[in-house]
Design a protein around this ligand. Sequence first.
Ligand code: 7PJ
Length: 274
Amino acid sequence: MLCGRFALDLSRPVIMGILNVTPDSFSDGGRFAQMDSALLHAERLLREGAGMLDIGGESTRPDAETVSPEQEMERVLPVLERLRDCGVPLSLDTRRTEVMRAALQIGVDLINDVSALEDDGALDLLAATDVGICLMHKQGNPESMQQAPHYHDVVAEVGAYLQRRVELCLAAGIRRERLVIDPGFGFGKTLEHNLQLLRTLPALETRCGAPLLVGMSRKSMLGAMTGEPVPSERLGASVAVAMEAARRGARIIRVHDVKATRQALQVLQALATD
Ligand code: 7PJ
């Protein structure tokens, strides 16, 4: 995969470590404390085996508070700048063209967009660059998407949407090698929808002709299966679904817990016969 300054080898799954840059509830030390804790956390993710970092300043969890584009940029741009030479591709998790434009000036390798470049101008902006692009499916908006997710055939609808977004990118002159796709677990989906998508991952990759990125780490679908209400206590469930996704061909796995995911992937790879 071509991804800004990097050509990524996806023959084995790559772990994308999640770096949230949102206000730290444990400290009110302001911007510097936020920066320090983000950098410390990035160091840990890298030490534990992250092959790329996904930096996000706007929470897109269900019911999250809204963040202005200015706030989002204030959070992520300094972190992007400081991590620029950390040795792995830097991904930015954003839906906003304005934030993408500013990040491109500093240097970013992949734009991870949970709205698949639907913001005005995003497609044209990225077409003129060489960054990687993650196109994700969601139904509705983060504020309300979990209220009543509905599909006639979730696998067919998510596949058709992602296929259309891939074709739109190709038509805009973006090379296929720059694209990854993501069914968007938890983004306007019930547990049953998520499970159907997980079971049919291989067909999605074939249909869209782009490698798969998946993100299920700590999500409420795991709470629904295990009864564990606390996201950070869902490590076992997170690793289990990450391995199932890897077995079904996921190439980039977006997680909070890099060390445990890496160990599990190493076992999976040792067991593989082909
Ligand atoms: C995802 C994401 C995901 C991609 C978030 C959370 C919510 N980007 N950003 N895929 N989820 N590509 O991590 O709980 O599933 S934010």
